[in-house]
Design a protein around this ligand. Structure first.
Ligand SMILES: [Zn+2]
Length: 421
């Protein structure tokens, strides 16, 4: 009998318990949270619970950990001068270099609290399956710290020239891709592109995650017809051109999205990302899908970051609180609605159950220094991230002011270092 191969990533031990003490929940109550293994065992008033390991989170707010539903980690940090939004994306070099880039980018998002992230990666053509291989290796290496989902982003899938793309997409699914990706607006035959994606997803019973601008009412109608009430989850983003449709067309389009049951991922940082933002004129379409109208129609709307210092947004970062901040700062949503877009709704778009700060729930928590959701969206520098029952990241910010009676270079602040929210 062959020796049993040990699992690459053994399950987290069930003990000892970890206590997160003294933090506030969104309703203002100060609580203790005891974690056993990968789950929250109990939640009680502050001071009521104990455990061998204790982390004092007095002054912090506990939130269900957010999720990044739409990133392009294989193209992260590629915004080196000269910037040209119409340029072909950087193929990224070797699999090893790409894995380092993807890992660094994913850890950046994890530090902000995104314990689950979905990245699209280019496949086919010059990219082959190099980025797919690198991203899946990064996902395996990051297991335990976070969950990284990988979705292939093909080019042409139609006609004779699309044969290689169709084969690459099929191979990416076999390698372990989390959904069938597609980008109809980059294909000479967008309708046939949608059909090819649907056929493969149907055959593999796989979820679908599409790039689309949705600026063309006919294209959107086709999308809704092909994927309406699809058995698996269908997600589409960033839909940046939806608002460029004539008002009556946009209303019809939003109703179609709602009745089709698709999830929409919008990108508040810039409205578009590498795939949707490329091509002459595209980069100027810095629009954002009309989130209020989509929600009113019953569409499941999530928000993501899209770009991390790449050609689509050279200053972009994978910070879910920033995506929520932008939705709240623009007045489109209140802070609770905005955070739901990067937490519960983002997990739904990825086919995941919601997480809660409640007994029995997976211990995926973001603790942010501050008292209220409104406060942490406007500040929120110091963060503690818990994934799978383990503290996986800590960021502490300290602010000091100069003592003007002291030498020009301060050795000590007026009243010592002040923890920065
Ligand atoms: Zn994208």
């Amino acid at each position: 009998m062959p020796a049993e191969t040990p699992p690459e990533h053994p399950a987290a031990p069930s003990g000892p318990a970890l206590l997160l003490s003294g933090a506030r929940q969104a309703d203002g109550r100060a609580v203790d949270v005891r974690i056993l293994g990968e789950r929250i065992e109990s939640v009680g008033p502050a001071g009521s619970l104990s455990a061998p390991d204790r982390l004092d989170l007095t002054g912090y707010l506990l939130l269900p950990a957010p999720t990044e539903p739409h990133a392009h980690l294989d193209e992260a940090f590629s915004a080196t001068p000269p910037l040209n939004p119409c340029a072909e994306p950087d193929a990224g070099g070797s699999a090893e270099a790409l894995q380092r880039r993807i890992t660094e980018a994913a850890l950046s998002g994890l530090g902000y609290g995104a314990t689950v992230q979905r990245t699209h990666v280019r496949i086919g053509g010059a990219h082959g399956l190099t980025a797919m291989t690198a991203a899946l290796q990064a996902a395996r290496a990051l297991h335990g710290l976070m969950e990284l989902q990988v979705v292939p982003l093909p080019g042409t899938l139609t006609g004779r020239s699309g044969a290689e793309g169709r084969a690459a997409l099929r191979e990416a699914l076999a390698m372990g891709a989390h959904a069938v990706g597609g980008c109809p607006e980059e294909d000479p035959d967008p309708d046939a592109h949608l059909d090819a994606v649907a056929a493969l997803a149907d055959e593999c019973r796989s979820p679908v995650d599409l790039h689309a601008d949705l600026g063309d009412p006919r294209r959107l109608a086709r999308l809704a017809a092909v994927f309406g009430q699809f058995p698996q989850r269908v997600t589409v983003g960033p839909c940046a051109a939806l608002e460029l449709q004539r008002p009556e067309d946009a209303t019809r389009a939003i109703d179609r999205l709602a009745s089709a049951g698709m999830a929409v991922v919008l990108l508040p940082q810039s409205g578009y990302c590498v795939a949707a933002g490329r091509g002459p004129g595209r980069a100027r379409v810095a629009q954002r899908a009309p989130v209020r109208r989509l929600l009113a129609a019953g569409v499941a709307v999530a928000a993501g970051s899209g770009a991390l210092r790449d050609l689509a947004n050279p200053v972009g970062r994978v910070d879910p609180l920033e995506a929520a901040f932008l939705l709240a700062a623009s007045g489109e949503l209140d802070e609770v609605e905005a955070y739901e877009r990067v937490s519960g709704a983002a997990r739904w778009a990825l086919g995941l159950a919601p997480v809660l700060v409640a007994p029995g729930a997976p211990a995926d928590i973001l603790a942010v220094r501050g008292d209220t959701l409104r406060g942490v969206l406007s500040g929120g520098h110091s963060r503690v991230v818990v994934h799978g029952g383990r503290v996986v990241s800590r960021t502490s910010a300290v602010r000091e002011f100069a003592d003007t009676t002291a030498p020009a270079v301060p050795r000590q602040g007026r009243s010592g270092p002040v923890p920065l929210e």
